[in-house]
Write a protein that binds this ligand. Structure first.
Ligand SMILES: *Cc1c(COP(=O)(O)O)cnc(C)c1O
Length: 501
């Protein structure tokens, strides 16, 4: 199993190299040159295994230069040691006939990012040992809220690594901010930026691909890597839970082997839904991929018209982890659907960089539309969905999952398709207590974040996850804010690393 770059098909990297580097030196993203096949017999086998073993089987296919023992060590450390608060790791709940919620938030930070970020440090440790120059790995993260905390928690005190997280000062929920600001660990740092997520992501990418900064690091025995979903080591573990969900539906007798399912995903950077696309390409019987956006509907527009245009107003919404106008992982999809045409990708990405927009050719759009259905909803519709599902089923959705549930309902009404559908539930509702409480018409006036959690608990009797309850009383360690330009962010990076500019 080898990897090439979306911007240079001639590049070849092993899994370990792709994971240790994070991004290809040409600025492209690593993609597998061929995908492993999941046969029906293999899926049946996986159905009788626990999550960690399913993960080892699926990930093993992608980690060509890892031994079976190394793979198993990584998957066990992440998924079989009680780090997740549910024994199934990613359990399914049927909300109504054919509407299955895949709960991806039972990990230590209560968002789906844990699914990949609990294993990534282990994959990176093994990868760094193989690629072998013994350099300390410096993880730079741009976060819209959940990745930052999950990466900090995953990498804290991991040997041979340091981690620095940038988040938009006013673009995350109070709970997300508190989770990051109170992070423990000797090798961690957090800094807010005066800008939005796209500014943070652009700055991190520029620092990452700046040759002079890279040389300074190398001279100090360090190298950058990425824990964002541009890193293949983030994406591959996300393929596992779609396979696992299919296995669980089989096991429950809800479907028979070969029956199709749809997948609906609340989307931001396009990583989570891209993992479902890979699962489909590997042979998992997935029918439609339903892409759900909030008011920042750049993907809805792209997937219906073929025009990607980031020149538009940016809205902060009640689903902040989806407030994104540059969905990085779309580049991987376009590479595959253009028939692995790196020249097309170079052209499109240059246009995105210079004009903020591109239009894909009609045949490429047709292939996209064949696979994906896209919809969006605003904060009011998401809130109404939270209320409706709580009233009908006593099930509590977070604001991001609510967007997907709403859009899935629109899909079902519009198409009449009643294929069983797996809806990715990406966060525990208590991460966004204020918005969820307001959706249920609860009074939030004058309450601090923890009082809102308590009020939501009083109203719903749903369990408050321990990692969120435990934040109360933790000391705030990180208060720094910097400007959104590259120079300011570079200064923060060098400051944290104690390296002279
Ligand atoms: C990150 C995140 C998303 C978006 O996922 P992408 O992989 O970026 O598309 C959705 N919901 C929550 C809660 C998230 O943390």
């Amino acid at each position: 199993m080898k990897y090439c770059s979306t911007r240079d098909g001639a590049v070849r990297a092993t899994a370990a190299e792709a994971i240790a580097r994070g991004i290809s030196p040409d600025g492209g993203l690593y993609v597998p040159t061929a995908l492993p096949r999941l046969t029906p017999a293999r899926i049946e086998e996986l159905a009788s295994m626990p999550y960690a073993a399913r993960a080892a089987a699926v990930l093993g296919e992608f980690l060509g230069d890892f031994t079976a023992d190394e793979v198993r060590e990584c998957t066990d450390a992440a998924y079989a040691t009680g780090r997740f608060r549910h024994q199934d790791v990613a359990p399914l709940t049927e909300l109504s006939e054919g509407e299955h919620i895949l709960e991806l938030w039972h990990g230590p930070t209560c968002a789906f990012k844990d699914m990949a970020l609990q294993i990534l440090p282990h994959l990176m440790r093994v990868s760094a040992a193989k690629t072998g120059d013994g350099k300390e790995i410096v993880i730079l993260v741009a976060t819209s809220g959940d990745t930052g905390k999950a990466a900090l928690e995953g990498f804290r005190d991991a040997k041979g690594t340091r981690i620095l997280v940038f988040y938009p000062e006013d673009g995350v929920s109070p709970m997300q901010k508190l989770q990051m600001a109170t992070q423990e660990g000797e090798n961690v740092a957090v800094c807010a930026i005066r800008g939005n997520f796209d500014d943070a992501q652009t700055g991190v990418k520029q620092i990452f691909t700046d040759a002079a900064i890279g040389e300074t690091l190398a001279a100090n025995g360090m190298q950058f890597s990425s824990a964002n979903s541009i890193n293949w080591g983030r994406l591959a573990p996300q393929i596992v839970y779609y396979v696992s969900a299919y296995c669980d539906l089989l096991k429950a007798g809800t479907i028979r082997m070969g029956d199709p399912v749809n997948v609906a995903v609340p989307t931001g950077n396009f990583g989570n839904i891209l993992a479902a696309y890979y699962a489909r390409e590997m042979g998992l019987p997935i029918n439609k991929l339903i892409c759900a956006s909030n008011r920042n509907r750049v993907l809805t527009d792209f997937l219906t018209t073929g025009v990607y245009d980031r020149n538009r107003a940016f809205y902060t919404t009640t689903s902040p982890s989806m407030d994104i106008l540059i969905s990085s992982n779309l580049e991987r999809l376009l590479y595959h659907l253009s028939g692995n045409d790196d020249a097309v990708i170079r052209t499109l990405m240059t246009q995105l960089n210079e004009q903020g927009r591109y239009t894909v050719p009609d045949d490429l759009l047709a292939r996209v539309r064949d696979l994906f259905w896209a919809g969006c909803c605003d904060d009011e519709a998401a809130a109404a969905t939270i209320r409706e599902k709580f009233d009908a089923h006593h099930y509590l959705l977070d604001t991001h999952t609510a967007v997907a549930v709403k859009v899935y309902g629109d899909y079902r009404r519009e198409t009449g398709d009643t294929t069983p559908t797996v809806i990715a539930s990406t966060a525990n509702p208590y991460k966004f207590s204020a918005s969820v409480l307001e959706a249920l018409n609860g009074d939030t006036a004058g309450l601090d974040e923890f009082q809102k959690v308590e009020a939501l608990h009083a109203l719903t009797a749903h369990e408050v996850p321990a990692p969120l309850a435990d934040l109360k009383g933790k000391a705030v360690r990180f208060k720094d804010v910097c400007d959104r330009d590259k120079a300011a962010m570079r200064a923060v990076v060098f400051g944290m690393l104690n390296v002279a500019e």
